[in-house]
Structure formats: C-alpha cells, structure tokens
Design a protein around this ligand. Structure first.
Ligand SMILES: CC(C)(COP(=O)(O)OP(=O)(O)OC[C@H]1O[C@@H](n2cnc3c(N)ncnc32)[C@H](O)[C@@H]1OP(=O)(O)O)[C@@H](O)C(=O)NCCC(=O)NCCS
Length: 204
C-alpha cells in the first residue's frame, strides 16, 4: 500500500505503517484510556498486553493503516490476515484517540482499509465489537456491515464486491480534509499509472 504524505500538510497523513514502525502503534494503543481499551479489545487490558499485541502485529502479517499527526499515530485500522481466523475471514479493528474522534478519522481509515483489502483480493471482512459500542456500530453500519448480537458481542461481515462507498466524511472538518486530499492524489496517481500502462497517457 502507498505511503503518501498528505499534500499541503506536513502535520497529518494516512498511510500503512512499516514493520519497523510498529512501536508507533504500541504507543497509540497505550494512550487509549480504560474505556477505549475495553471497547477495542473487548475486556480489561493492561500495558503488558498492549506491548505483546503490538509485537505480534509486527510479526504476523497484520496490515496497520495509521492516521498520523506530527509523527505520532492517533488512529489505526488493523487488517488481520485470514490465516488467523478459523474460517479464513480477515478480521478488522479500529482505534482512534479521544482527542480526534468524531472528525471522520475512523471513516477515512475504514475507506483505506477496504481499498487495501480489495487489493489483497479479500472478498469479505469480519468486524467484532461490544454490543454497547455505539460508535463502532455506527462506523461499521456506514460501511455496510450487518451486525448480529451474540454473547454480548456484535459481529458482522462486510462484503467487498464492487459497490458504492458512502460519500467522503465532511470535508469541513480540518482533521480529515488533509486525509481526503491524500485520497484524491492517490486516485489521480492510480489512473495516471493505468493510462501510462496502456499508452494513453504518453506525451506525444
Ligand atoms: C469507533 C471509533 C474507531 C470511531 O472513530 P471516529 O474517528 O470517531 O469515527 P468517525 O468520526 O469517522 O465517525 C464514524 C461514524 O460513526 C458515528 N459515531 C462516532 N462516534 C459515535 C458515538 N459515540 N455514538 C454514535 N455514533 C457515533 C459518527 O457520527 C459517524 O457517522 P456519520 O459519518 O454518519 O456522521 C472510535 O470511537 C474508537 O476508537 N473507539 C474506541 C475503540 C473501539 O471501540 N474500537 C472498536 C473495536 S473494533
């Protein structure tokens, strides 16, 4: 996946973390407060667990798409490889720090994650969250997940057949305007690449 710096801003970007950057994920998860950790991991989570979890992600093929501000990860979308789940359905998970919530960061990360999953050829993704987790349920619904309740958890699948995605999150919100610009730049680069491949974009 691309590693694009947000055009027009040295401060924020959305990109895939490299393996050697996984400490940034750890630091982000360690900054989550108790309630957020419970929501993210479905239970009580101490610092030791987070340290081990971040290390595991660095070594097991998990793709981390991160929202960075001034070099620190403030939000992350995780795409776990299918081999990790019994029915080979890749699991996804999200975390956004409280200070940048409700500005479209989660939605932007979701959009990038879907793009990455499609690139990998995945046909569906699974999301699991606490039954009371309104925020994650709203985010999952926005991207077409149908969640069902079981044992205090909501689980749902997102099908990746070509489909219309929701409109971009409000660009009036400064935090995500930058990330949205990166998407546009990426799309332009993508089409330029195709045009070049087929010889249509060559200068005369
Ligand atoms: C869930 C989470 C990732 C959402 O991140 P976010 O950056 O706030 O998400 P967005 O701003 O893109 O909002 C996405 C949608 O959810 C809605 N939403 C967000 N928080 C909400 C809340 N607390 N209650 C109801 N709806 C909420 C937003 O209104 C938005 O819908 P809209 O675009 O139609 O207005 C974030 O709250 C979080 O990290 N929570 C703790 C960890 C967690 O629960 N992870 C999920 C386990 S996988």
């Amino acid at each position: 996946m691309r590693h694009d710096t947000i055009a027009g801003s040295a401060k924020s970007s959305v990109r895939t973390l490299r393996r050697e950057e996984l400490a940034l994920l750890r630091d982000h998860l360690l900054r989550l407060d108790g309630a957020s950790r419970r929501d993210r991991f479905h239970g009580f989570i101490d610092d030791g667990f987070i340290e081990r979890y971040a290390k595991k992600c660095a070594n097991d093929g998990t793709v981390i798409i991160a929202y960075l501000q001034d070099g620190a990860v403030r939000g992350a979308a995780e795409l776990h490889p299918p081999e990790q789940s019994p029915d080979s359905q890749p699991e996804i998970a999200f975390s956004v720090e409280t200070a940048v919530r409700r500005h479209g960061v989660g939605s932007t990360l979701f959009r990038y994650l879907i793009e990455e999953a499609r690139t990998k050829g995945y046909r569906s993704l699974r999301i699991t969250t606490g039954a009371q987790n309104e925020a994650m349920r709203a985010l999952a619904h926005k991207f077409g997940a149908h969640l069902t309740f079981r044992h205090g958890e909501s689980t749902g699948s997102i099908e990746l057949e070509p489909q219309r995605q929701p409109e971009p999150a409000s660009l009036a919100t400064p935090i995500v305007a930058d990330a949205a610009r990166a998407m546009v730049n990426f799309n332009r680069a993508y089409w330029r690449m195709w045009l070049r491949m087929y010889g249509w974009g060559r200068a005369a």
